[in-house]
Design a protein around this ligand. Structure first.
Ligand code: GLU
Length: 469
C-alpha cells in the first residue's frame, strides 16, 4: 500500500474554527497512526480574507493543539501558475475547451431555460465548436464533463454517493482573466502534494463529484474520500456563535488542556467502542474512518470538561506546569517566580485532582501564588477571632522541631488539638485562613507540606499576631 498522505486545507477566516480543528485532528490521527504524512495547505486564494494575521491564527491554533504538520505549509495562491498549466494541459488534450460565451449570453440561456422549464445548467455552444470558428475574444476554459453516465463517490463515511453526470455542468477551470477556479486549485494541489486521503467536512461532498471530473480528465489516481458530518450545537442545530466558543483560541483562553481538547474533539463524531478517555497514542492507534459516524456530532461542554479533568489529573507534573506557564503567559503575560514554580511542582499532586481547567487548578494554588503577608478574605477572616489566633500562636512552637512529613504533622496537630480540648477539625478553618487567606483550600497538610516549615510558621505567626478578627 502507498504511504498515507493526508492534509488539512483551511481557508483563513481569522481564527481556527472548532470544526476545522476537528478535521485537522482526524487527518493528523489518520496519518500519524499509519506512519504517513500530514500536510498543511492554506487556501488563501481569497486575497481579501487571507491576511498574514488570519493565517497566523490558524497556525497558532494548530500549534496549541499539538497538530504538527510535515514540511512547509503550502500557499494555494502561490501555485496559481501551476493550476493554470493544468487547465491548459486539459485544453491541449481535448479534455477541456475554450468557451467564448459572455456573462449576458449565459444569463439569457438561463432565463430561457427557466421559462421553458428546462434545466438551467449552462450548456456552452462552444463545447464542440470547430476552432476555426473561434472569435478573437476573451474565453474561459471549461471542463468537458461527460453528458451521460454517473459519477460515483465511494465515500468512507457517507457510503456510495451517485451523481448523474447530466446534473453537472461543464465547470469553468480558468476564468477569462486567466485565473484558476478554486475547484481546480484543490485538485491540482492535492495531486501534486501526493494526498492519498481527503478527510474533510461533508459540506464539500458535492465538490468531490466535480473534483473527480478533473482527476479523471488528467488520468490521475483518485484519493480516498471521507466526508465527515459537521458539528452541531448541544441543541442539534447548526453550530453558531450563540452556542458558545467557536475558535479554538477561546478554548485555550478558558484554560482547557490541549490533550483534553484533542481527546474530546476525537470523540466528536468518531468512536472506538465505549472508550471515552484515551491518550494520544491510543487515539493514533485506534483512529480509523470506519469509526466516524454519519450523524452530526453535538457539542457537549460537560463532556469536554470531564475529559479535560481526567487529562489534567493524569498528566505528568512537569509537563503540566509547562502548559500552565504557557497558559499564564498567553492569558495575562504573568510569569511565575522560581519559588512559586518550585512549590507548584511540589504541590501538583494535589492541585491537579479534580481541576477541569487551568484556572480551576490555579485557584486551588492560590496559597502558593498569593502575596504575603496574607490578607484573609472576608469569609476566612471570620475564622481568625481572638481565641483562634491564640490557638495558632501556641501551635507554632510545636511545629519548630516536628519532622516535616504528613504522618508526623498529622500526629502533631491531632495531639495539639487534644491538648486544647478540641478536635483537629476545629483548627482547620483558622489554619486555612492563616495559610491561604481563604475558607476553601486544599487540605491543611498538603499546604503545610508544600509551603515548608519556615513559610508555614511565618504565616501562622502572622495570623496569630493579627490585630482584628
Ligand atoms: N478550504 C476548505 C475549507 O476551509 C477545505 C477544502 C478541502 O478540504 O478540500 O472548508
Amino acid at each position: 500500500m502507498t504511504d498515507v498522505v493526508t492534509r488539512f486545507a483551511p481557508s483563513p477566516t481569522g481564527y481556527l474554527h472548532i470544526g476545522g480543528a476537528r478535521t485537522a485532528l482526524f487527518n493528523w490521527l489518520y496519518a500519524r497512526g499509519r506512519g504517513g504524512k500530514f500536510l498543511l495547505r492554506i487556501e488563501d486564494t481569497d486575497r481579501a480574507r487571507s491576511t498574514p494575521e488570519a493565517t497566523a491564527a490558524i497556525l497558532k491554533g494548530l500549534d496549541w493543539l499539538g497538530l504538527d504538520h510535515d514540511g512547509e505549509a503550502i500557499s494555494q495562491a502561490a501555485r496559481a501558475e501551476r493550476h493554470a498549466e493544468v487547465a491548459l494541459q486539459m485544453l491541449a488534450e481535448g479534455k477541456a475547451y475554450k468557451c467564448f460565451s459572455t456573462q449576458e449570453e449565459i444569463e439569457a440561456f438561463r432565463e430561457a431555460a427557466r421559462e421553458e422549464k428546462r434545466s438551467t445548467l449552462f450548456q456552452s455552444p462552444w463545447r464542440d465548436a470547430d476552432p476555426a470558428t473561434h472569435p478573437d475574444a476573451p474565453y474561459a476554459i471549461r471542463l468537458k464533463t461527460p453528458m451521460e453516465g454517473e459519477t460515483v463517490i465511494e465515500d468512507q463515511v457517507q457510503g456510495t454517493v451517485r451523481i448523474q453526470n447530466d446534473q453537472l455542468d461543464d465547470m469553468i477551470l480558468l476564468r477569462s482573466d486567466g485565473t484558476p477556479v478554486y475547484m481546480l486549485a484543490v485538485v491540482v494541489d492535492d495531486h501534486d502534494m501526493g494526498v492519498t486521503h481527503v478527510i474533510r467536512g461533508d459540506d464539500h461532498l458535492n465538490n468531490a463529484a466535480r473534483q473527480m471530473g478533473i482527476y479523471t480528465a488528467m488520468g490521475w489516481p483518485l484519493p480516498v474520500y471521507a466526508h465527515i458530518p459537521l458539528i452541531h450545537g448541544p441543541d442539534g442545530k447548526k453550530l453558531s456563535k450563540r452556542h458558545g466558543a467557536l475558535g479554538v483560541e477561546e478554548y485555550q483562553a478558558m484554560g482547557y488542556p490541549a490533550a483534553g481538547m484533542r481527546n474530546y474533539l476525537a470523540r466528536l463524531g468518531w468512536s472506538h467502542g465505549d472508550d471515552e478517555f484515551f491518550t494520544d497514542s491510543q487515539a493514533k492507534e485506534w483512529f480509523d474512518l470506519d469509526g466516524i459516524g454519519k450523524a452530526p456530532a453535538r457539542l457537549d461542554f460537560k463532556k469536554l470538561e470531564h475529559l479535560c479533568g481526567l487529562h489534567i489529573a493524569q498528566a505528568k507534573d512537569a509537563a503540566l506546569l509547562q502548559e500552565i506557564e504557557a497558559y499564564l503567559d498567553a492569558s495575562d503575560g504573568a510569569t511565575l517566580r522560581p519559588e512559586q514554580r518550585a512549590m507548584l511542582l511540589e504541590g501538583m499532586y494535589c492541585l491537579k485532582e479534580r481541576a477541569k481547567t487551568f484556572p480551576e487548578l490555579l485557584d486551588k494554588a492560590h496559597f502558593i501564588l498569593t502575596d504575603t503577608p496574607i490578607e484573609p478574605e472576608e469569609k476566612a477572616a471570620k475564622n481568625l477571632d481572638t481565641v483562634s489566633r491564640g490557638i495558632l500562636g501556641s501551635l507554632t512552637p510545636h511545629l519548630q522541631n516536628a519532622s516535616w512529613t504528613r504522618d508526623e504533622l498529622e500526629a502533631v496537630l491531632n495531639r495539639f488539638a487534644e491538648d486544647q480540648g478540641t478536635k483537629f477539625g476545629k483548627l482547620a478553618g483558622p489554619m486555612r485562613a492563616a495559610l491561604a487567606g481563604r475558607a476553601a483550600t486544599p487540605s491543611v497538610f498538603d499546604m503545610m507540606l508544600v509551603l515548608g516549615r519556615e513559610e508555614t510558621i511565618s504565616r501562622l505567626a502572622h495570623a496569630a499576631a493579627g490585630a482584628t478578627a
